[in-house]
Ligand binder design. Structure first.
Ligand SMILES: [Zn+2]
Length: 411
């Protein structure tokens, strides 16, 4: 009997050790990722800024909806706005026959209604501003494509300020040359200068430097990140990966790296993962987002919800539908999670950095959440069960459970 027990223990130790070795990067990243002690819900809405003046009215309505809710601590929900600072000066483009690119920024009096609506929401603490980019494209590439594309020339010379959402998807990526597919890298010196320029332009328009950047279409590079960091950016929002190029069909191509909350990049920025969605114009409903909130909370992670400007730019019916879905989401979140916390992405990063009371410190609870998170890595979970390494993990999971055995069934 004894030799069998020794053999089993040896086997579990060796298989567990080998798995830990194979997954050491994931293991250490997941261990270092903060475990939050309360559900955190943040709405993240990109693409606002340059574009039609009706954005002002839409932003006011969003602010009004958000201002109607409070979390248990009395805090209102926050929509972070990923701001696009500039686009074509369509009047000048038209006059010039689209020969050269003329930039119009949010500092221009013609875009004052939009800028002021953004500021109003910020003054009410329901908006927090993040940098999405100077333009939602790389002007040289857009101009090159416009030479052979009449629709692009019409877009550049519209009667009103056009929506960047109407551009072909590949051209909406700012940090690669997608004027020909597959995309090619842009000159590093130009990229670095532009990344630094946009951070300073944001400060000029809003009076404060941006702490958070949301890369357009989640394509960016080390050169871009390093220039942002040097200009003072501290946080980069990512869906858990980094897109690096566009393939021959124009689809984004992700790099190898994976990103975890509060992990620090080579340039010193920290990352926040946003991979939940509420895009009513694409048919998403709040129920799906609540499921995401449930699963993120279960893993001790924050829930950052993508809800693009596009949802609010259509006709009255679609706008009202989007606003209603936001209301339903916030109602359901408050009802299902009375302890839910509303905050901005900057505040979330501050909690993680400062190890505030929102962040779990107890070693045993952190082990519990580590196992819970690792169990979500499908391949690792299968390998753990196949080799038996899951058994000691299950035992550790039960022993570290803050509520005893009751959570064991959910492994
Ligand atoms: Zn965008």
């Amino acid at each position: 009997m004894m030799p069998v027990i020794v053999a089993v223990i040896l086997w579990l130790a060796i298989s567990g050790g080998l798995l830990a070795l194979a997954y050491r990067r994931t293991l250490s990243a997941v261990w270092r990722e903060p475990v939050l002690r309360a559900p955190v819900l943040i709405l993240e809405s990109d693409d606002w800024g340059y574009g039609p003046l009706m954005q002002a009215e839409r932003l006011d309505r969003i602010a009004e909806v958000l201002a109607g809710f409070r979390d248990a601590s009395g805090r209102q929900p926050v929509a972070t706005l990923g701001v696009v600072l500039a686009g074509p000066d369509t009047d000048r483009m038209r006059a010039d026959g689209c020969r050269t690119y003329h930039r119009l920024t949010l500092a221009d009096p013609r875009l004052a209604p939009v800028r002021e609506a953004i500021m109003r929401g910020r003054a009410r603490s329901v908006f927090a501003l993040q940098l999405h980019g100077m333009e939602h494209f790389w002007p040289t590439c857009l101009m090159r494509s416009a030479l052979v594309n009449k629709q692009l020339r019409q877009w550049l010379a519209s009667d009103t300020f056009p929506c960047t959402e109407d551009l072909p998807a590949p051209l909406q990526s700012r940090w690669v040359d997608a004027s020909k597919l597959p995309s090619t890298p842009l000159p590093a010196d130009e990229v670095a200068a532009a990344a630094s320029e946009e951070v300073h332009a944001f400060a000029t328009v809003f009076g404060v430097a941006p702490e958070v950047v949301v890369p357009a279409t989640f394509i960016w590079s080390d050169t871009v990140e390093s220039a942002w960091a040097r200009a003072g950016v501290r946080i980069v929002v990512t869906p858990g990966l980094r897109n690096e190029s566009r393939d021959a069909e124009g689809r984004v191509v992700a790099g190898e790296r994976t990103y975890f909350n509060a992990a620090t990049g080579p340039q010193g920025v920290s990352y926040v993962v946003r991979d939940c969605y509420l895009e009513p114009s694409l048919g998403h409903t709040h129920e799906r987002t609540i499921r995401a909130l449930r699963s993120k909370t279960r893993a001790g992670r924050p829930t950052l919800i993508e809800i693009h400007r596009l949802n609010f730019m259509g006709d009255e019916r679609s706008v009202q539908h989007a606003l209603d879905e936001v209301k339903r989401l916030l109602d359901a979140a408050r009802a299902d999670f009375p302890e839910v916390r509303f905050m901005s992405t900057v505040e979330l990063a501050g909690h993680c950095r400062g190890r505030s009371p929102l962040v779990e410190q107890r070693w045993s609870v952190r082990v519990h959440f580590l196992i819970r998170r690792l169990a979500e890595v499908s391949r690792l979970r299968k390998l753990a069960w196949a080799t038996g390494a899951a058994l000691p993990a299950l035992l550790a999971y039960i022993l570290t459970s803050p509520r005893g055995l009751s959570t064991a069934e959910s492994m």
